[in-house]
Design a protein around this ligand. Structure first.
Ligand SMILES: Cc1cc2nc3c(=O)[nH]c(=O)nc-3n(C[C@H](O)[C@H](O)[C@H](O)COP(=O)(O)OP(=O)(O)OC[C@H]3O[C@@H](n4cnc5c(N)ncnc54)[C@H](O)[C@@H]3O)c2cc1C
Length: 291
């Protein structure tokens, strides 16, 4: 760490140009909660860090023209406490409130959480269920992509070396009813063993107009199965249906084994928590719970 150069750009253009100069060797740093640990443990040894905290306006949270926009540098505690996030997507506000502990949430940013690409994270799965997109800026210009396509593999995103996530965009209105269940197997502050988001819209006749289900924290990236969601569309909500959707996810998922649970255990828990999350969403519950 002794020879680490620190850049503090004042604009996104400067930040991208600084990253481009190092041809993929430098790292952006936002809240530093993940990156500083990686540096200390010698897992990464970049020649330079490009700080993002001097760039104005990157932490804004605003609702505009039917889109909820979260600046990439918004701390998770700000997302959790934001009245506009709470009003439109309480499930996301609550999921951010369940991350780690208050010191982590005050420093960790929503953009950093996504770009760390750690499979055992809470917000990414919720954002995939919300059909969220990220806005990305590089030296060649800007682009937008679904959060579901941001992660390529474990700890790896599709971003080019000079690209930064600048904003998370959530289309509104999101389904009103829905929950995120964070199943933890060790301490309350731990990352999830399994995290399931279920969001539903009820049709006027009481059937399910739409059901979105995302399983997180079990494989390289959040898993959403359109064919399993289709089982629920237009169906009468029932325990049998919730069980069938849970079984469909459990069959397809290829879970990791780690200290929070073996692959075989996770496979079973996916079926259990998809069923429970759907049941809670259909009952009109809103928000997130640690279970
Ligand atoms: C004790 C502890 C407990 C935790 N518990 C949980 C938990 O329960 N659930 C959970 O989801 N997470 C948990 N985390 C992880 C935490 O949420 C992440 O460390 C944090 O969100 C990363 O954000 P950051 O701003 O600190 O990123 P940084 O550490 O600054 O960066 C992380 C990575 O993302 C890159 N990066 C950052 N911002 C951008 C950007 N805008 N564009 C492109 N690349 C970028 C960096 O180059 C780096 O590679 C925990 C972390 C700790 C330390």
């Amino acid at each position: 760490m002794a020879d680490l150069l620190l850049h503090r750009p004042r604009s996104l253009e400067e930040a991208c140009a600084a990253l481009a100069r190092y041809e993929g060797e430098a790292r952006a740093i936002a809240g530093g909660t993940a990156l500083v640990l990686m540096l200390r443990q010698g897992l990464v040894a970049p020649p330079a860090l490009v700080r993002l905290d001097g760039i104005p306006g990157l932490d804004t949270i605003v609702e505009e023209n039917g889109v909820l926009r979260l600046g990439a540098l918004a701390p998770l505690s700000a997302v959790a406490a934001s009245p506009v996030v709470r009003a439109h997507v309480p499930v996301l506000a609550d999921a951010c409130a369940l991350v780690g502990n208050v010191r982590v949430r005050n420093a960790a940013t929503i953009g950093g959480n996504l770009c760390e690409a750690d499979y055992a994270s809470d917000p990414p799965g919720v954002l995939v269920a919300l059909d969220a997109r990220v806005r990305v800026q590089g030296t060649a210009g800007t682009r937008e992509l679904p959060v579901a396509e941001l992660v390529r593999d474990f700890y790896e995103t599709v971003l080019a070396p000079d690209e930064l996530v600048t904003e998370v965009r959530i289309p509104l209105p999101a389904p009103a009813d829905g929950v995120y269940l964070k199943y933890v197997t060790r301490s309350a502050e731990d990352r999830p063993c399994v995290g399931v988001t279920a969001l539903v819209r009820r049709a006027p006749d009481g059937r399910l107009g739409e059901a979105r289900v995302v399983v997180g924290a079990v494989a390289d990236r959040p898993l959403r199965l359109p064919e399993a969601e289709a089982l629920a569309r237009g169906a009468e909500p029932s325990e049998e249906l919730f069980r069938a959707v849970g079984a469909a996810y459990s069959e397809v998922v290829e879970p990791v084994s780690d200290a929070r649970g073996s692959a075989a255990y996770r496979q079973q828990m996916v079926a259990v928590f998809v069923r429970r999350a759907l049941r809670a969403a259909v009952a009109g519950q809103r928000g997130s719970q640690r279970v």
